[in-house]
Design a protein around this ligand. Structure first.
Ligand code: HEM
Length: 147
């Protein structure tokens, strides 16, 4: 059972962080070839689909992460586990802000064909997603190195 919990936890992390890496380092630079009226609706549609996967990943990470923590007395848990809990909660909050702030504004800008506003919001989304990618790497480093 615990092996399955761990597996689901790691798979959810791969979906989230792998998807963010693809967005930041492959899709976004390639999409710059398109003019804003084509690029921004494309990015908004891609993000809409990917963000559903992120919400699912967050739910799985939270449930499986807490299940793993409940197996041990928190007082005796390795430092890396405490850090993963804290960094994980911070990542969830950053994603919530990204989704209900810049992403919703990007969708509104695309509907209004306001391309400068849309470009600004994509920049904010990319910065917050890059922050979460770095935090995710840090959390995984902590859980592996601080035992
Ligand atoms: C509240 C949120 C979280 C909690 C409570 C939590 C809890 C844990 C715990 C207890 C472990 C250690 C399992 C073990 O060694 O047996 C673990 C491992 C792991 N966590 Fe989390 N986690 C959370 C969020 C995240 C997030 C946001 C990510 C990345 C997106 C993540 C990625 C991983 C990975 C990849 C491992 C496996 C590390 C390895 O064994 O190499 N976790 N998590």
């Amino acid at each position: 059972m615990i092996a399955l919990t761990n597996l689901l936890h790691v798979l959810a992390a791969i979906v989230w962080l792998g998807g963010v890496s693809f967005m930041l380092f492959a899709l976004r630079p390639a999409a710059l070839m398109l003019p804003p009226p084509q690029r921004l609706p494309l990015i908004a549609q891609v993000l809409k689909r990917f963000f559903w996967l992120v919400w699912c990943s967050i739910a799985i990470l939270l449930v499986t992460g807490v299940m793993m923590l409940l197996r041990v007395d928190m007082k005796n848990a390795p430092l890396g586990w405490h850090l993963m809990l804290g960094i994980g909660l911070l990542m969830f909050a950053i994603f919530g802000h990204l989704y209900f702030g810049p992403f919703k504004r990007l969708q509104n800008a695309v509907m209004a064909a306001d391309w400068p506003e849309g470009g600004k919001r994509v920049g904010q989304i990319a910065a917050l997603a890059a922050l979460n990618l770095a935090l995710g790497a840090l959390a995984i480093g902590c859980v592996n190195l601080l035992v």
